[in-house]
Design a protein around this ligand. Structure first.
Ligand code: FES
Ligand code: FES
Length: 215
């Protein structure tokens, strides 16, 4: 079985990277890490607001991936919209917007959270991590590397949420078997049906992190 840190790890510094390699790295980093440059991921539409008079804006301090951001937001702004529309961190995806698909999963104080269901104003001062903050420089997180090694995505839309949820799943100690991983990852849907590969990638990364025995 291949290790997630095998020679197939992405060549993010090579000038000879192929389009496939660029797409792979973009999928697992939310478009952040492509040859050390930000890869455009497309602008998303402005947050839809309910009709009627707007409430007074709120000052909100968001600490995201170790950086403090001071924003003035409509108090109804979700964390997902704050990340995508205001901080331009578009790795977290808006799938359903209803808490059902997991595409928007981020970590708050190390716990996985569906950011479409969280109000930005309520996570003021908490430690938020998005897919853009997972790699250390050009060194992918073991689970990002495992997703590439295991071909754990097709279109890649669900991938940032799967990876953030997978990181939490491993940290929680819920990656002891394929069935346990499936159970604890059931809140993250993949329209492309890459589940077998996602489970294999999480198993690989869990072994690397030492949270499971053998396998
Ligand atoms: S976009 Fe948040 S759960 Fe689907
Ligand atoms: S890879 Fe396409 S939705 Fe999961």
């Amino acid at each position: 079985m291949a290790s997630p840190q095998s020679s197939k790890a992405p060549k993010t510094t090579s000038s000879e990277v192929t389009r496939r390699e660029l797409l792979e790295v973009a999928a697992v980093t939310g478009g952040m890490l492509v040859g050390g440059h930000l890869m455009p991921t497309g602008a998303s539409p402005a947050a839809a607001q309910a009709p009627g008079p707007s409430p007074a804006p709120l000052k909100v301090a968001l600490r995201v991936n170790g950086t403090d951001h001071h924003l003035t937001l409509d108090p109804r702004t979700t964390l997902l919209d704050a990340l995508r529309e205001h901080l331009h961190l578009t790795g977290s995806k808006k799938g359903c917007g209803l808490g059902q698909c997991g595409a928007c999963t981020v970590l708050i104080d190390g716990k996985r959270v569906k950011s479409c269901l969280s109000l930005a104003a309520l996570v003021d001062g908490r430690e938020i991590m998005t897919i853009e903050g997972l790699a250390q420089g050009e060194q992918l997180h073991p689970l990002q590397a495992a997703f590439i090694e295991r071909d754990a995505f097709q279109c890649g839309y669900c991938t940032p949420g799967q990876i953030m949820a997978g990181v939490a799943c491993i940290a929680e100690g819920h990656a002891g078997s394929p069935q346990e991983i499936r159970d604890w990852m059931s809140g993250n849907l993949c329209r492309c049906g890459a589940y077998d590969h996602i489970v294999a990638a999480i198993q690989d990364a869990a072994r690397v992190s030492g949270t499971v025995r053998g396998g």
